[in-house]
Design a protein around this ligand. Structure first.
Ligand code: HEM
Length: 132
C-alpha cells in the first residue's frame, strides 16, 4: 500500500501505538494519582480500588482516539462531560487531573510526538472544562 495513504488514513489510536500505549498512559496516570501527594484531593474523590478505572479509562481513550469502540458500546449514550457533572469537581481537582495526565503522557512518551501533544492539549482542556 502507498505509505502516504496509510499514514493519512490511520486513526490517532493506531498511529500512537494502540491498546498497549493507552494501558501504559492510564496505569502511569493512576500510579501518579496514588503515589504523588500533589494529587491527594483528586485521589480522595475516587473509589479506594482504582482497578476498575485502570481498565475503563484506557478503553474510553482508545475509542475516543478512533480505535475499538467497546467502551462506547458498553456505555451507550454516556457522555463524559455530563457524567462528571455529578462529581464535585472544582478548579483544583480539574487542574490535578490535567497535570497528572500531562505527566503520564510525557512519561510514556508515545510517538509521534505531534499526536501525543494534541492528545495532551485536548484532554487537559476537557478536564479543566469540568472544573467549577
Ligand atoms: C476534571 C477532573 C476529573 C475528575 C476529578 C474525575 C473524577 C472521576 C471520578 C470520581 C470517577 C468515578 C470513578 C470512581 O469512583 O473510582 C470518574 C470516572 C471516569 N472518568 Fe473522570 N474525572 C475527571 C476528568 C476526566 C476526564 C477528562 C476523562 C476523560 C477524558 C475522564 C474519564 C473517566 C472515565 C472513563 C471514568 C469511568 C467511567 C465508567 O467507565 O463508568 N475523567 N472520574
Amino acid at each position: 500500500m502507498c505509505p502516504v495513504t496509510t499514514e493519512t488514513t490511520q486513526s490517532p489510536h493506531d498511529q500512537i501505538g494502540g491498546a498497549p500505549v493507552f494501558d501504559a498512559i492510564a496505569n502511569r496516570f493512576y500510579d501518579l494519582m496514588e503515589q504523588d501527594p500533589a494529587y491527594a484531593e483528586l485521589r480522595a474523590m475516587h473509589a479506594p480500588d482504582l482497578e476498575p478505572m485502570r481498565r475503563s479509562l484506557p478503553r474510553f481513550l482508545a475509542g475516543w482516539a478512533g480505535g475499538p469502540r467497546d467502551w462506547f458500546e458498553a456505555n451507550p449514550g454516556k457522555c463524559m462531560m455530563s457524567m462528571h457533572r455529578d462529581f464535585p469537581i472544582d478548579r483544583q481537582t480539574a487542574g490535578q487531573w490535567a497535570e497528572a495526565m500531562t505527566r503520564a503522557i510525557a512519561d510514556v512518551a508515545p510517538q509521534p510526538e505531534t499526536i501525543a501533544q494534541a492528545m495532551t492539549d485536548v484532554l487537559s482542556r476537557m478536564a479543566r472544562g469540568m472544573g467549577r
